[in-house]
Design a protein around this ligand. Sequence first.
Ligand SMILES: Cc1ncc(COP(=O)(O)O)c(C=O)c1O
Length: 404
Amino acid sequence: MYDFDKAVDRSNTSSIKWSKAAIKAICGNENALPYWVADMDLVTSKAIHNAMMKSANFGVAGYAEHPNLTNDFISFVFRKHNWAVDKNSVTYSQGLLHGLALALQTFTKKGDGVLIMYPTYAPFFDMTRKNERRVIEYDLGYKDGLFYFDKERYERESRDAKLILLCSPHNPSGLVFSQEEIEFILTLAKERGQLVFSDEIHADLVHPGNTHTPLGKLSEKTGTKSITFMAPSKTFNIAGEHFAMAIFSDRDMLSAFKREQQKLYLDSPGFFIGEIAEAAYTDSDEENRELCEYLSGNAAFIRSYLECEIPEIKLVNANASFVAFLDCSSILDKVRKDRDKNPELYDGDNNLLAHFFGMRAGICMNDGSWFGKKYSSFVRLNYGTSREMVKVALDRMKKAVREL
Ligand SMILES: Cc1ncc(COP(=O)(O)O)c(C=O)c1O
């Protein structure tokens, strides 16, 4: 049994989440408690910890070879998602964003349309624009406090896209796409000659009662050109080591990607992450199972706390991982009035809610506008911590909202 009720104290370490400068930049108050960037304050598995200790005790981090890593990853994906990945379709990537950016450069050209589902993890549109591709904004439907995939609108709005970029499960909403929805996207993409990439970095943390459908598992059936990116980083709280795996729908695509990767000399993992990832994929299933339950319990706790104590704020889907959008639209007018009366606490209209919660509640969360301009009535709460620390955040938020 893992004791997730005890949060790891990461203050005064090199954690960016706990960096006073980073916290101040986001919410204006360097002393606010961090509930922002997506890593957890929870222990990783015993096997991973042991692998870290063994490597550290050995003390030499020379060039490494990890011949079992791909097989270990494939076995994990089979146990976790019931998908038998072909070894010849997989390669390593130095972090998920790196793999995605390289794939974007390799398989699309300047001016190509990239469909992104909003609200969205900001690096998706940032990377698309920096690479001079065209962002096609598709807003997920939003009704009764839940984000959903609006098929009919998607069919219209995705027409011009060369590439469909999925985030599955979806960050920041915690929406888990159904098998039928994934199949719909893939079938349409096949008809239209579109590529589909899926960032599945949060997939191994789907809460009990929900099922993740890996993109690549279905694209084998629909014949759509696809890349599925997976990673142990969020799953096992080792995100700082930047490691991911990319699974290609066909070998030509894999070869093209590898050629580009080799041009940059970015085709082999470091010593530590190799040791850690092997421990993650071979010997950490129990920790992962318990963690999914714990995070689901945190989400349920937040939902019922908000309903009873802060009904002005609503938790959206939150069916996966440890980040969730909070809909704060009903307090927005009051927050604006507070800003008008106390402009020194705010940065004008920028990151208004992040500043409200930072300055008034001592809680640092990502402002909704980071996920798209239209989403400034939301904040993203990272609940990858102990229930006690989740309650601390909610208690502080309640007091601040009451005092508005
Ligand atoms: C959806 C998503 N993709 C990618 C990343 C970053 O992955 P990496 O650090 O491996 O590039 C994150 C981190 O928060 C994320 O939430």
